[in-house]
Ligand binder design. Structure first.
Ligand code: ZN
Length: 187
């Protein structure tokens, strides 16, 4: 789920669209399982909202298949009432993902994780929580795995350039990057 949420961040330009409706943020995310639409757009969102209202979206001529494609093209994420979402650290903004089976079942989904990452990243540094940073979540998972697969390191003979040390340099960099994300400096 986290990896798939990360895909949204990497492709945000064409997979995520934010609109402000009555002062509230409403996010639309292109469904990752559909293949009809390559990118999300305000036009597609308008058609999706028409379909949700029970109107025939423009340009479909009311044809069932075309309407179904639009209905299945995206997910809509927005702040809900406290009753509509489970309070948990992964969903601090109490977002709700409409018509999403995963959300209905688990109270969390890749769409909510991706939007939470974006919303949290838009806050001032001191208000950010790295717990909601998808890059951080995925990095720390990788880290833990690394530790458990500890194969004994072979001793490098003297005067031979040590690969072990090179690795250590890169993991220092990684750790520094991790620290910056942890502190909310980097997002
Ligand atoms: Zn969802």
């Amino acid at each position: 789920m986290k990896r798939k949420a990360r895909v949204y961040l990497d492709t945000a330009q064409h997979s995520m669209l934010k609109q402000i409706v009555d002062g509230d943020e409403v996010w639309y995310l292109l469904s990752q399982s559909q293949t009809v639409f390559k990118k999300i757009s305000a036009t597609l969102v308008a058609k999706y909202e028409q379909a949700r209202r029970g109107e025939a979206p423009r340009g479909t001529g009311g044809k069932w298949e075309a309407v179904a494609d639009i209905c299945l093209s995206m997910y809509k994420v927005q702040e809900g009432s406290p009753k509509a979402s489970l309070e948990c650290d992964l969903n601090p903004f109490l977002l709700v993902c409409g018509k999403c089976k995963a959300f209905a079942h688990d109270g969390i989904c890749k769409h909510v994780l991706a939007v939470t990452h974006e919303m949290m990243g838009a806050l001032p540094i001191e208000s950010r929580s790295s717990e909601n940073n998808l890059k951080y979540m995925l990095k720390s998972i990788g880290k833990r795995r690394k530790k458990t697969s500890g194969r004994p390191q072979r001793v490098t003979p003297a005067l031979v350039p040590s690969r072990h040390l090179e690795n250590e340099d890169s993991s220092d960099e990684e750790e520094e990057a991790m620290r910056r994300i942890e502190d909310g400096e980097a997002w």
